[in-house]
Design a protein around this ligand. Structure first.
Ligand SMILES: [Zn+2]
Length: 303
């Protein structure tokens, strides 16, 4: 664009500027240049506004002027993880190895959200996994890693380390934005342990799922209904293995249908407890676990 700007000094010597004919010609020249500039600006704006049809240089012409109505995002699951390491170590691993995630939420006092992979691309965060019968969730999910050393209990049996409140606020805001962008249903906002219960424990029982649900992110059970069911199961004894397996499947988990409490079913019960009964993760199919499972809704679109 610079070559079409002509300065007044370039158009004529100082002495000529007092000649009326010169002044007229000069003004006409400026007017022509101004019109030419306007035309160029309009053309440039048209190009920026969207070239809806273009020659690809190949054997076809690409036309993007028409749009279809039938479409949705490829993303329908959000998987939350913890890094089980410090921030520098996690960022090094997630940017240098084959494992990756779309986002990393730091544990700084003002949390930093690192965006490592574009949402349109798959990140390699979940590995072998299943949710609502969909296996290998990487291509359909967004992975969010939360910087945290990994869960443990202290000598008094208390869960920790606690996730800093500022970090959880950041996770809630980020997850809400991603869910809104892609229309992800509450029951499809899950932990790595939910989609890979035999292999994974993150984000662990210290992760405040209930707080997220109270903030409108993810799913929680109906606590009043759970109390009622629990009383019933305490009175009559908890349901059998087949019931647990059917219910775990209803709420999303991949579980055998063996009708007995095999090792995989018990692992899956532990994963359910990590999410919905973090205070007691013991793999036991007891009355309280059964009650919370029954009171857990499938209130979104499911998968
Ligand atoms: Zn993980």
């Amino acid at each position: 664009m610079t070559d079409i700007f002509v300065s007044r000094d370039q158009l004529g010597a100082q002495s000529e500027q007092h000649n009326p004919l010169f002044v007229l010609m000069r003004d006409q020249a400026f007017a022509t240049i101004a019109r030419f500039q306007s035309l160029l600006v309009v053309l440039l704006l048209l190009v920026l506004a969207g070239c809806t049809s273009q020659n690809t240089g190949g054997p076809y012409r690409l036309d993007e002027s028409l749009k279809a109505n039938g479409k949705n995002s490829r993303i329908d699951i959000i998987v939350l993880h913890y890094t089980a390491s410090t921030k520098p170590s996690a960022l090094l691993t997630l940017t240098n190895r084959e494992v990756s995630a779309h986002y990393v939420v730091s544990d700084d006092s003002k949390p930093v959200v690192y965006k490592l992979v574009d949402e349109n691309l798959s990140a390699w965060h979940a590995g072998e996994s299943s949710w609502y019968g969909r296996t290998f969730v990487n291509p359909r999910s967004i992975g969010i890693e939360i910087v945290h050393p990994g869960w443990a209990r202290n000598v008094s049996g208390e869960l920790g380390p606690l996730f800093p409140a500022a970090q959880i606020d950041a996770v809630i805001a980020l997850t809400r934005e991603v869910a809104k962008r892609h229309g992800v249903a509450p029951e499809n906002i899950v932990g790595h342990s939910d989609v890979a219960p035999l292999r994974k424990q993150d984000p662990g029982p210290a992760f405040p799922w209930k707080k997220l649900a109270q903030a409108g992110v993810g799913r929680w059970f109906d606590e009043a209904a759970a109390a009622k069911y629990q009383a019933e199961y305490v009175r009559n004894g908890p349901p059998d293995a087949g019931w647990f397996q059917k219910q775990l499947k209803r709420v999303g988990y991949s579980v055998p249908e063996s009708n007995y409490f095999d090792a995989n079913t018990l692992h899956t019960i532990a994963a359910f407890q990590m999410h919905y009964r973090p205070e007691l993760v013991n793999s036991k199919p007891d009355a309280q676990t059964a009650a919370r499972l029954r009171a857990l809704p499938t209130n979104g679109s499911g998968l």
